[in-house]
Ligand binder design. Structure first.
Ligand SMILES: NC(=O)c1ccc[n+]([C@@H]2O[C@H](COP(=O)([O-])OP(=O)(O)OC[C@H]3O[C@@H](n4cnc5c(N)ncnc54)[C@H](OP(=O)(O)O)[C@@H]3O)[C@@H](O)[C@H]2O)c1
Length: 241
């Protein structure tokens, strides 16, 4: 259960909550840690299903349906948060764009960089004042081993992996920007997790970690990791890919 009495009324925003890792993080925060969570994705039905499933849980799930790849979508999140104080922001929503070398168009690369790196910058910036405080709020960016310096790289994933490398660097920059503001920022560079995105990236490959296990770890890290880390990019992987 969410023990820190100073934090229990502070909300957590999770993007990409409709499926995969994000959905499991939300489930864990609400059911196991008793947190109030604003769960964001474009698809309404999965959020409503999860809300119904968690209706007797100790925490709260408030769904927010919007497309955070637009400025209006980022604005919707900020508007919904309004004057609520935040304990955390999980920048988890991501997009996989896979192209053979030679087939990249500027809009393909722009989409990967926009959703995977620019949107976390814009959302974090917009919510920083709501996260600031004592104890500090925690921004966790979900990166990838593909964007971790020195890691194995794979064909077709150039823009995706580079966008996750940008997110890793952004993490270090934001931690520096906000070191006096009481907001901590870390990045988990996760390895293969059995989700829709992984199956699209590596058809036929069976990931050794499921979304529930990774979701439970990310939820705990979001609640506790900022006590020990700031501006860090941490690999969380048992496999290649
Ligand atoms: N699975 C892996 O092996 C793996 C490895 C390394 C890193 N990652 C990273 O982990 C994160 C979660 O990945 P996953 O595997 O769980 O992916 P997933 O199953 O494809 O889920 C992606 C989530 O992002 C949301 N999303 C995408 N674009 C959005 C937008 N414009 N506005 C709002 N929500 C949006 C999707 O919701 P809607 O479609 O409903 O909007 C969905 O909930 C991503 O950042 C991914 O890059 C995953």
């Amino acid at each position: 259960m969410y023990k820190d009495s100073d934090m229990k009324d502070r909300w957590i925003v999770v993007t990409g909550a409709s499926r995969g890792v994000g959905r499991e993080v939300v489930r864990c925060l609400v059911a196991d840690h008793g947190c109030p969570v604003l769960a964001v994705s474009r698809a309404s039905a999965p959020l409503e299903e999860l809300k119904a499933e968690l209706k007797d849980a100790p925490g709260i799930l408030e769904p927010l349906v919007c497309d955070i790849s637009t400025d209006a979508g980022v604005g919707r999140v900020v508007e919904q948060v309004a004057m609520r104080r935040l304990a955390g922001l999980l920048n988890n929503a991501g997009v996989l764009v896979k192209r053979d070398m030679g087939a990249w168009a500027s809009e393909d690369a722009a989409l990967a960089f926009h959703v995977n790196a620019t949107v976390p910058l814009l959302l974090s910036q917009a919510l920083a004042d709501r996260l600031a405080g004592d104890p500090p709020g925690h921004v966790v960016n979900i990166g990838s081993m593909g964007g971790f310096q020195g890691s194995a790289k794979f064909p077709g994933l150039a823009a995706y992996s580079a966008s996750k490398a940008a997110l890793a660097c952004l993490t270090e920059c934001l931690a520096e920007e906000w070191k006096d503001k009481q907001v901590r920022v870390n990045c988990l560079a996760i390895g293969a997790v059995d989700t829709d995105m992984l199956r699209e990236a590596f058809p036929g490959y069976r990931a050794p970690v499921d979304a529930a296990a990774m979701g439970a770890y990310v939820a705990r890290f979001l609640l506790e990791g900022h006590g020990l880390y700031n501006g860090k990019v941490l690999p969380v992987s048992v496999s290649t890919p």
